[in-house]
Design a protein around this ligand. Structure first.
Ligand code: T46
Length: 142
């Protein structure tokens, strides 16, 4: 059963976002603003690139962090798990984002060599917010 874009249980959500492309004869531009296209105040930006063939990343959940993932170049498959349901979403265009809030297990697979995955985050890096153990994730979301 799909859960993407459905009403979330408390403190966890996965939503697809579509951004407006401001194009003209020169090319394209996308603007992301706090509280508008991005549903939180951005405190941190990081990006993942140069991912080796066959490598998968993630394999954790966050307790409180809100993030928007955008493949600004190339593509990547995001595997999410929430309340016993799973969903795979391809990010393959800079005008699409994936909003992930809270206790959602996430994995990143099938990066293309040109993939640049940009992530906007609602808070500073804090290892204590990570749930990296799958059994612990299942206990915490029960
Ligand atoms: C997430 C997915 C989508 C930092 O020092 N600062 C940072 O802001 C981040 C994100 C990471 N790090 C360090 C921690 C590790 O030593 O960089 C190293 C790699 O991090 P990690 O193994 O957590 O990377 P991924 O790709 O598995 O997960 C990342 C984010 O950590 C995570 O929040 O949701 O991307």
């Amino acid at each position: 059963m799909r859960f993407i874009n459905s009403p979330p249980p408390a403190k966890a959500a996965v939503q697809e976002l579509n951004f407006t492309i401001r194009g003209d004869a020169r090319g394209s531009l996308i603007a992301l603003e706090n509280g508008r296209e991005v549903p939180f105040e951005v405190k941190r930006v990081y990006y993942i690139f140069g991912t080796q063939e066959g490598v998968a990343r993630g394999f954790h959940a966050h307790r409180n962090l809100k993030q928007v993932l955008i493949a600004v170049s190339g593509k990547v498959r995001i595997h999410c798990e929430l309340q016993g349901r799973t969903e795979d979403i391809w990010l393959d265009s800079p005008d699409r984002g994936l909003y992930i809030e809270g206790l959602v297990w996430r994995e990143m697979h099938d990066f293309t060599p040109d993939c640049v995955l940009m992530v906007l985050a609602s808070d500073y890096y804090d290892e204590a917010d990570y749930v990296r153990d799958y059994e612990e994730f299942n206990r915490e979301q029960a």
